[in-house]
Ligand binder design. Structure first.
Ligand code: TYD
Ligand code: MG
Length: 451
């Protein structure tokens, strides 16, 4: 491939420079010059101007956009029904979370359909990939492997094999000859992703890119690509727990904030079709400090047990620890319980709060459950068996309504819960089979739940 013309371009003001400089000569920003390919305008083939005519919306055909179901139901659910030919999906996640495992399982299940799959493994050798496939029970599947990091080689392989789906694991190790910067730098990642995307868009293949997210942030990683791709998925989970959640944060072909749930086992990822009861304990007798809350992830309600433990602290500052619950949210709830509910002893108590399985409860709807659990532990009084609580708690102690409360009530009823504490709100119709207790203030909720 001929060496293309490259320039250093400032990411903040667009200033160009032939040489790399630590500080942009235009805007003075430090470390903002990134190497980029600049093609001469004359090499691009544009359509003659007279031939450009807009299409009427009604005439646009949807025929090409038929989805390919991957066979992994949870994956399809997050994608919005399957892979769209000509679409680009970015799968991000921390190293070691299971991205390669997920995509290899998907490749195996697609190859059995049969579709032609090209799996480019830039990080692992063919042998390593084969070993993984053997663990996953896919040792004989018809996936085509390529262990290479050179962009030009990968593009050539795509042209020759003409696969339906191309998987590149990971985009951070792919490099192109055209740039002299190191693989993994923003310039390399973007140029390689751009070339791959151009290739698959033209030939209507589906492309999946793996991108590592580091603890510090997204440098040179998924964030730099999000605007180039159609769908962004994040694979996450507590490293110590076997459960893995797949969320979409951008989807041009479906709903975002859909949730897919998997369990990592010795034989690979197992789909969890009905995760709603996954994060509940199987205890039969009520104990102090526990209550269940219904969190809504995309269109999927999840019942999660919240546990709290309060214990008198010795000398020094009381400790507060959380797993799955936001630390700042806990501090706020403790202050509300002290000042608005009158639980003044809390200032001399260590407080520990966790969600079962470490599920991240990102929604404020979990507040009421956390508050009741803490009060229940402090007073050594359990809530009734079959209690659920959903509601956001404000600084004055008022309980505010959450979205889609009916859907949550129905899910709690389905799983067998008998009583639910929710915020008082207009137009809340009773749900048959579950007692709905409306509360306006955390004080009411605590006294009703622990009476
Ligand atoms: P991997 O897919 O390599 O992660 P990533 O590509 O995101 O870096 O998964 C790595 C972890 O998954 C590793 O710690 C081992 C574990 N694992 C299993 O528990 N079971 C399996 O069948 C496989 C293949 C991996
Ligand atoms: Mg990997």
């Amino acid at each position: 491939m001929p060496k293309l013309k490259t320039l250093y371009v400032c990411q903040q003001c667009g200033q160009q420079s032939v040489k790399w400089t630590g500080r942009c000569p235009g805007c003075g920003a430090w470390n903002s010059m990134v190497e980029e390919i600049v093609e001469q305008a004359s090499t691009r083939q544009a359509a003659p101007l007279s031939m450009v005519t807009p299409t009427a919306l009604a005439d646009v055909s949807l025929e090409d956009a038929s989805r390919v179901a991957t066979g992994l139901k949870e994956f399809d659910r997050v994608l919005g029904g399957g892979l769209v030919p000509g679409s680009v999906t970015l799968v991000g996640g921390e190293p070691g979370i299971g991205k390669s495992t997920l995509l290899l399982s998907m490749a195996g299940s697609l190859a059995a359909k049969p579709h032609t799959i090209l799996y480019v493994s830039g990080e692992e050798s063919l042998r390593q990939t084969k070993l993984r496939a053997t663990r996953l029970g896919l040792s004989t599947c018809a996936v085509h492997l390529l262990a290479h990091t050179q962009l030009e080689v990968i593009l050539e392989a795509v042209k020759q094999l003409k696969p339906d789906v191309v998987i590149v694991d990971s985009i951070q190790v792919i490099e192109t000859d055209a740039l002299s910067s190191a693989p993994g730098s923003i310039g390399q990642v973007r140029a390689c992703a751009y070339e791959l995307i151009r290739e698959v868009k033209e030939s209507q293949r589906a492309l999946l890119l793996v991108g590592h997210v580091t603890k510090e942030g997204f440098l040179a990683g998924p964030k730099a690509l999000e605007h180039l791709v159609d769908t962004v998925l994040y694979f996450e989970g507590e490293p110590t727990s076997g459960f893995r959640l797949l969320r979409s944060t951008k989807n041009r072909f479906g709903a975002t904030y859909e949730l897919g749930v998997f369990h990592m086992t010795a034989e690979g990822l197992v789909e969890v079709a009905n995760p709603s009861e996954l994060f509940l304990s199987d205890r039969t007798e009520p104990v102090p400090g526990c209550i269940v809350t219904v969190s809504l992830e995309g269109s999927r309600p999840l019942l999660v047990e919240v546990q709290a433990l309060t214990s008198p602290c010795g000398i020094g500052l009381p400790r507060r620890r959380t797993t799955g619950v936001d630390f700042n949210r806990l501090s706020m709830l403790l202050a509300v319980l002290e000042r608005r509910v009158g639980l003044h002893q809390l200032s001399q108590q260590d407080v520990f709060v966790s969600s079962l399985g470490g599920v991240r409860l990102l929604e404020p709807g979990a507040d009421l459950g956390v508050a009741i659990a803490i009060a229940s532990s402090l007073k050594e009084r359990p809530t009734r068996k079959g209690d659920v609580a959903v509601g956001e708690v404000g600084l004055t102690g008022e309980v505010r309504p959450v979205t889609n409360v009916l859907q949550r009530l129905h899910e709690a009823k389905r799983v067998g819960f008998a009583r639910c504490f929710v915020a008082a709100q207009r137009g809340l119709a009773p749900v048959e089979g579950i007692e709905v207790v409306t509360v306006r203030h955390v004080r009411d909720a605590v006294s009703k739940a622990l009476e």
